[in-house]
Design a protein around this ligand. Structure first.
Ligand code: CTP
Length: 397
């Protein structure tokens, strides 16, 4: 693969990304811009990659590197992609080895932009990003956090470990087109917590892994992804906009806001059906012999609410629910699909150590058209990709 490095301070983080890539067996040719070398020098890239490093088209001309490097790559990953580099790529300029490589590459191309928030938000940059996405490139939204200097905002390069994951997920799909490019998807993940008092809650065992796998795989397929996470302690996926919530009511509000204009909404969060009527302002103390009963009230059915919102707006949107069942899995799933009114219901059997907190998952995806697709036991990202395949089949246009 080709690792293009732009002239941004985040180039130092890319050394670790390079290390992860080579250690996992990839042959990586680093192609920095001349300005990138002002941040991290050529010997570092050469030593970490074990490959020659050049920035211009005039080195080793007999090997025609400006064409060959792009042609022979399985993936081109540009990190950090500066505003200048995105502009050049969108315009099709070819004034150094990296921009030439971007024009000759026929493999998937992933850009990981990093810059100050103002530069990222500028209409010029946003137009360039839209152009690149419309051509099938995966442009990962930058992360939010501390930027160079004292300011914070959107513009950070995602963590190297998460960039590595993003590259891995794009590579595992091979040369397949990024079929969610230009689509906006919203995924909920994790499990809600319903406060009893400031230190206690009613909750569930959901780790958020399946929802995070859905968000990561959608980003790798080019989607604009919003991940609404309820109490998940996993690393933030690269290129995904994260909204954090705790309770079912907060999750309902976030999903109602985010669903507007989305092409697909996936409810993989485990939602508490009930919440305490009141949450005590201070920690509840033991008093007497009998524990005080906790009076409960029903939470909104978020999934059914999303289906109702879609019906009100007459919008085309694919809505996917999840159901964890312990017995009569398919019969219960069919009844639930009909009750909720969504398009797809991913039903998996839980209990006995299955699904919650594990790396693997297995499911049957029931469709409102009567279809049933079995997904064998495998990594949660395999299941996620199969779900997106079924969503893509249902997307208009
Ligand atoms: N769900 C939701 N809002 C709720 C409960 C569930 O949006 N208040 C969603 C879940 O995110 C999931 C789907 O509905 O996508 C099915 O969740 P499940 O808990 O199996 O559904 P329930 O309606 O609670 O059914 P059950 O009576 O089996 O608990």
């Amino acid at each position: 693969m080709v690792l293009g490095v732009g002239g941004g301070i985040a180039a130092y983080k890319v050394c670790e990304l390079l290390r992860r890539l080579t250690e996992s067996g990839h042959r990586v040719r680093v192609v920095p811009t001349a300005d990138a070398l002002r941040f991290v020098g050529e010997p570092t890239w050469a030593a970490l990659s074990g490959q020659p490093v050049a920035t211009g088209v005039w080195d080793e001309v007999h090997e025609v590197p400006h064409v060959r490097i792009g042609q022979s790559a399985d993936l081109v990953l540009v990190a950090p992609a500066t505003a200048n580099l995105l502009a050049k790529a969108a315009a099709g300029l070819a004034d150094d080895l990296l921009t030439n490589t971007l024009l000759t590459a026929r493999c998937p191309v992933v850009f990981a932009p990093a810059m100050h928030t103002e530069m990222w938000e500028h209409p010029a940059t946003q137009a360039n990003v839209a152009t690149l996405r419309s051509r099938g490139a995966v442009v990962l939204d930058p992360a939010v956090g501390r930027l160079t200097g004292a300011d914070t905002g959107r513009g950070r390069l995602p963590d190297p470990a998460e960039l590595f994951e993003a590259a891995r997920l794009v590579l595992r799909r091979g040369a397949t087109r990024s079929d969610l490019a230009g689509r906006r998807v919203v995924v909920s993940a994790g499990g809600t917590r319903e406060a009893i008092d400031p230190v206690r809650f009613l909750g569930n065992h959901s780790s958020g892994r399946q929802g995070y796998a859905l968000a990561r795989t959608a980003a790798a397929r080019g989607a604009d992804v919003t991940l609404v996470a309820a109490n998940v302690s996993l690393p933030d996926p690269a290129g995904v906009r994260l909204v954090r919530v705790e309770s079912a009511v907060e999750l309902a509000e976030a999903m109602e806001t985010e669903r507007a204009g989305a092409d697909a909404v996936v409810m993989s969060a485990a939602v508490a059906d009930f919440r305490p009527v009141t949450s005590a302002a201070s920690k509840i103390k033991k008093s007497g012999d009998a524990p005080a009963p906790i009076e409960l009230v029903e939470n909104p059915d978020i999934l059914a609410g999303l289906v109702a919102s879609r019906a009100r707006e007459h919008t085309e949107q694919t809505i996917v629910g999840f159901a964890a069942e312990t017995d009569d899995v398919i019969a219960n799933g069919r009844a639930k699909l009909a009750r909720k009114g969504c398009d797809l219901l991913v039903v998996n059997q839980v209990g006995g150590g299955r699904a919650f907190g594990t790396e693997d998952n297995q499911a049957t995806v029931l469709g409102s058209d009567g279809s049933a697709v079995d997904i064998p036991t495998g990594p949660k990202e395999d299941l996620a990709d199969r779900v997106w395949d079924l969503v893509v089949e249902r997307l208009p246009g």
